[in-house]
Design a protein around this ligand. Sequence first.
Ligand code: AMP
Length: 146
Amino acid sequence: MSSVLKRTLTDLTVADLMIPAEKVAHVQEGNPIEHALLVLVESGYSSVPVLDLNYKFKGTIAKTPILKSIMGIERFEMEKLSETKVEAVMQKDQPTLMKDTEFLTSLKIVIDHAFACVVDEEGYFLGILTRRAILKEVNKSMYASE
Ligand code: AMP
């Protein structure tokens, strides 16, 4: 049995469940939205974190706002893909978590978000916590308590 399984849900913190930064696909705020769209389509993720050049978390970017931003009246204005920067389209007001955030606080955040970004005290990006990781632990704990 893994050490995570032995503990109860309330003992878990974000650090136990997060995907570390080096395994997370991301884009930079200065990238053209064309690059973000390529990353999103190639990775299959609906949304990925946006970082600055120093690796600080800035927001998230998703496919739908990118497509809306290039939508003209009668056609997609494809030239906008290379002209528009990620920072103009990204969602900025995203909740963040710290490594020591408790499980129940993270659970509340992933009710409304498929994932939340984990940052340190200075805002540097450390990874993400997904709704899947939270639900897996809830599922495990339900079977363990039978
Ligand atoms: P999941 O719960 O695994 O389906 O992931 C939920 C969302 O988290 C995905 O749709 C992505 O937006 C994001 N995500 C999960 N894993 C990664 C990753 N390795 N890199 C970037 N984003 C990710």
